[in-house]
Design a protein around this ligand. Structure first.
Ligand code: URA
Ligand code: CA
Length: 441
């Protein structure tokens, strides 16, 4: 098969066979196809699209380009949760110990963040001693004993996706539903879970800015899961304002602990409980999601979830003294209070802008491989719809660089607005997408 013919076929709007897709990906992974031919093919896909069958074939070809993890040594139904990415989105750190405490095995591979804030692995590195690399044997042993382990995604998980993503990033081919869906699903499938729960974020702080596109992306991923035999479900959740109070790595670890301790921001808690109840349902532990939600609430109230978190941190070598003593996490030297300049209702807290501010403070990466400042970030004290008085605390900036803090103070003035109009609270969960389609909640 000539690579040029494959590119021509897609350029002219025809459908590929599975064989053509597998061959293209396999040859590219082995450096047998140059970047310019892959780039041309990606642009053809971007412009002409892919059928669901082609998208599933691309997903499996990328999943099989590296190691396919076998988790069969772990008893129970392994359900992996994946968020398409948001701001103050600390759900994994809460959910992993919470659902593990309810009996769902959590065998998770997480990434580092590129963009606003660190990924789960960056956040866990804020905990002194915590090991994010384990041998396969250690990973399995910890899972068998504690029912939860989180490690960094090894370079050998879907390497074709890593190479293609880097190329998409510089060829204006990121924003394509088949390419995004296959990219996410290939990594989840290679990581070995039996079932996949997706948290698809929608809003100005998310990849998908509108509900229609977010539903299409979610439906595509659910359909891929169905075609390749890994049941997949998606929760559509709002990302117009940051989900929790904390944006930044240490701050988010502290917030996760607060949620597990029955304190903390109600929105983050609610989204975690909704996702957790879906995971219990998919794992076959509780068929009624309303009952599942209550079971998880009880595990928080009776401290089982918090104890599971301590057990998980200790098992991976981390300092458990951070629970109950947040000062043991990396602390910023400068903490600047930002107060409300007017009386009124909070009209907008722009998640995209807040994420950008946290990144400027050092909490996220502006380029790949950049070292991040684990102590930096923003702690929000108000939510959209809150009534505030002049002089009341709006948020606290945590940073180590005066110039950056000044810059962020100015950006915040536009990112957070106060006005006279009453604004209803944001609807957090917009719907569930499973094999039956979209159900509004
Ligand atoms: N996240 C991914 O892993 N891949 C994409 O293409 C987009 C978001
Ligand atoms: Ca308030």
């Amino acid at each position: 098969m000539r690579i040029l013919d494959v590119i021509t076929k897609k350029r002219d709007g025809f459908m590929h066979t599975d064989l053509e897709i597998h061959h293209f990906i396999e040859a590219y992974t082995k450096d047998e196809i140059p970047d310019y031919q892959m780039a041309a093919w990606l642009m053809a896909i971007f412009l002409k699209g892919m059928s669901i069958e082609e998208t599933a074939a691309l997903t499996m070809a990328m999943a099989k380009s590296g190691n396919m993890i076998d988790l069969s040594a772990i008893p129970g139904v392994k359900v992996d949760k994946h968020s398409t990415g948001g701001v103050a989105d600390t759900t994994t750190l809460v959910l992993a110990p919470l659902v593990a405490a309810a009996g769902v095995p959590v065998a998770k591979m997480s990434g580092r963040g590129l963009g606003f804030t660190g990924g789960t692995i960056d956040k866990l590195e804020a905990i002194a001693g915590f090991k994010t690399t384990l041998s396969q044997d250690e990973f399995i042993r910890i899972l068998q004993k504690h029912n939860v382990a989180i490690i960094g995604q090894s370079a050998d998980i879907a390497p074709a996706d890593g190479k293609i993503y880097a190329l998409r990033d510089v060829t204006a081919t990121i924003e394509s539903i088949p390419l995004i869906a296959s990219s996410i699903m290939s990594k989840k499938i290679a990581a070995g879970a039996d079932k996949i729960l997706l948290d698809v974020k929608v809003g100005n702080g998310a990849f998908m800015k509108n509900v229609k596109d977010a539903i299409t992306l979610a439906e595509t991923m659910v359909h891929i899961g169905q075609l390749v035999g890994r049941e997949t479900r998606a929760v559509l959740s709002s990302m117009d304002e940051p989900l929790g109070q904390a944006i930044g790595n240490s701050l988010e670890v502290e917030e996760a602990i607060a949620i597990l301790d029955g304190r903390g921001e109600k929105s983050l808690r609610h989204v975690c409980l909704v996702l957790g109840a879906q995971m219990l349902n998919m794992a076959g532990i509780e068929s009624d999601v309303n009952v599942g939600y209550k079971i998880l609430c009880e595990l928080i109230t009776n401290k089982t979830a918090l104890n599971k978190f301590k057990e998980f941190i200790a098992a991976q070598g981390g300092n458990v003294d951070i629970v109950g003593n947040g000062k043991k996490l990396p602390q910023a030297k400068i903490k600047t209070r930002v107060v409300c300049t007017d009386e009124g209702f909070i009209q907008k807290i722009d998640a995209g802008q807040l994420g950008y501010c946290a990144m400027r403070l050092g909490a996220g990466r502006e380029y790949k491989g950049q070292k991040i400042d684990l102590s930096a970030g923003i702690m929000l004290e108000q939510r959209v719809g809150d009534f505030v008085k002049k002089g009341q605390l709006l948020c606290t900036i945590h940073g180590n660089d005066e110039t950056r803090i000044k810059e962020v103070q100015e950006l915040l003035a536009n990112a957070i607005t106060i006005g006279n109009d009453y604004i209803p609270k944001t609807k957090l969960i917009l719907g569930i997408i499973d094999q039956r389609g979209f159900q509004a909640t």
